[in-house]
Design a protein around this ligand. Sequence first.
Ligand code: SF4
Ligand code: SF4
Length: 390
Amino acid sequence: MTLGPYGPLGSALVSGVMAAIIGFDGLDGLIGSLKARGYRTMGPVASGGAISIRELKSAADLPRGWEDEQAPGTYRLHQTASPDLFNWAVGAGSLKAEVFPPRSIIWQAKAPGYEVEEISDDVPPVAVVGARPCDLAGLRVLDRALGSPPVTDPAYRRRRDAVVLVAVECSRPASTCFCVSMGTGPSASEGFDLALTELGGGYYLARAGSKIGKELLEGLSQRRARREDFARRTELLARAASHMGRSVDQHGLPEMLVRNLSNPLWDEVAKQCLVCGNCTAVCPTCFCSNFEDRTDLSGTVQRERTWASCADLAYSYVHGGPVRASIKSRYRQWVTHKFSWWWDQFGTSGCVGCGRCITWCPAGIDVTEEIAALRASDNAGETHGEAHLQ
Ligand code: SF4
Ligand code: SF4
């Protein structure tokens, strides 16, 4: 490996964390090691005009030179001459699909006895290379909702416990990102096995965050991480933090939303919202699901779980009709759950500031703007009219 400006071979324990510098060959070796250990190794590729999470054969599949431009309702990729592999912010896909698949069979029964068989989730364990810090935060939120008592989803827990995460810190956020204001990025501080920072020139600062991460790092072609490498990381992250395109003021936010359930601004956004559900599908923390039973002519009965959306009229259907019949009530439910009720349920915000719901909303609705507008019209301490469900 060519050493460049970063010093001699060898790894270093920096503040108790094993850290080293790896090059492209180290990254390729990392993917090879994960595959050799039996992990279905997923990562970012430029595919179909977007950065998508796909199975990787090698580091050559990573999106070298691709950069994204994101804005409300807009996503564009363009190729540059840069040798960098991670010069983009999040694509539409997140870690959610790896631990909570969009469709999964929960149980099945077959004729003639119709004994119920639990479906064992025997997919190979997954490793994801290129997880962003906001996605690690999203997984921590999902852990509260799906992976913790009092209601632990066994299929989620199985997948979650097996996943290996190689995070890549963000040095080029999109204009739709607001992780700094949500306290979730652009640095990765927990919840990873390995965290990489792309330093430029084909070099990556790699930090181990778990036993398996340390083992993986020890097996790679590497050299010692030095003070200047950490200084470069600090500089890149500071620059990324200062280029955040958006922010959400967290101060008293849950209470502010509850005071404004009848704010007329909800009527305005409802005129634009297509209730397509894109915002919930791309959100790394939305976890609602639906169940459907199916039979076929061979006598097999299956119960399938699919992602559901609170934007959907049928989502709130109880006997006689939907509880949230109006578009306004459904959009408001989504925002108030994310930023207010989620605290009561799970002790955390339901939003990690990834910006996906802004980019992938076909109407270009920007949740940060909606919240700012509500705050601007908020008469603190007073309930804004009366709360109506419809
Ligand atoms: S806010 Fe946007 S993405 Fe979400 S349901 Fe409405 S139109 Fe679709
Ligand atoms: S609400 Fe929007 S910005 Fe927040 S985590 Fe979900 S998709 Fe990302």
